[in-house]
Ligand binder design. Structure first.
Ligand code: PRP
Length: 221
């Protein structure tokens, strides 16, 4: 039988994702400890459970799932929104909670609320564009950065940023504040659209096992 393949986001979500999959009985303990050793190995398989895993950059997980290289993906809602990929979002896994926000100096509040032609630095250009242009009908210039976006308003690259905030520590330490809320973010389980039909029974069973440890009822989602 072909194993069900799961793409897991590397980084801040990976430990919680693995812990959840172990508790649900989806991943055997020996495989989980091999994955936790953080070797350079990228692919893991449990023949007896008919399941395989690979670790990918969070922003690449939706791509692997949409193209069917993985049947299932676990990634943050931020990566899913930014990818715009056509996937079934099946479960909110309840960890990795944070918020997608607009932040900047307090003095930029009015500009962001009602202004136009300001600059927005972000790792999430699609989310930023969707928020300002489509939802708020403002005209903005989006500047794509790779990380440490809090720097941008401090050094004068942009007026504001669109980013995720978890504890708020990075904003506080840099004299920035949350100006607007865009969306709540957490880890989600997504499924390839064709796999959902072809492997329906196995995927539904796996979702049931995960829901059982999350304490969700069948009708919750
Ligand atoms: C994320 C995010 C913020 C920070 C927020 O960055 O982009 O910079 O975490 O967390 P906090 O509210 O708890 O301070 P990450 O650590 O992923 O690194 P990066 O900025 O290099 O992308």
């Amino acid at each position: 039988m072909k194993p069900l393949v799961v793409a897991l986001a590397k980084g801040r979500l990976s430990d919680s994702a693995m812990e959840l999959l172990c508790r649900a009985g989806v991943v055997p303990d020996d495989l989980a400890s091999a994955i936790k050793k953080r070797s350079r190995r990228l692919i893991f398989e449990s023949r007896e459970r008919g399941i395989g895993f690979f670790m990918a950059k969070p922003s690449d997980v939706p791509t692997y799932v949409e193209y069917g290289a993985a049947d299932i993906g676990i990634a943050g809602k931020d990566a899913l929104l930014e990818s715009g990929r056509n996937l079934y979002e099946m479960l909110d896994l309840g960890f990795g909670s944070c918020r997608m926000i607009v932040a900047g100096r307090e003095a930029s509040r009015e500009l962001v609320a009602r202004g136009n032609n300001f600059r927005v630095a972000t790792k999430y250009p699609r989310i930023a564009l969707d928020y300002f242009v489509r939802r708020k009908q403002q005209s903005v210039e989006i500047i794509k950065l790779g990380g440490s976006v809090e720097l941008a308003p401090i050094v004068g690259l942009s007026d504001v940023i669109v980013d995720i905030v978890e504890t708020g520590g990075t904003l506080r330490e840099n004299g920035l504040v949350v100006l607007e809320e865009i969306a709540p973010i957490s880890a989600r389980m997504v499924v390839n659209r064709a796999s959902m039909k072809i492997e329906h029974a196995r995927i539904v069973e796996l979702i049931k096992m995960i829901k059982a440890v999350l304490g969700k009822n069948e009708c919750d989602e």
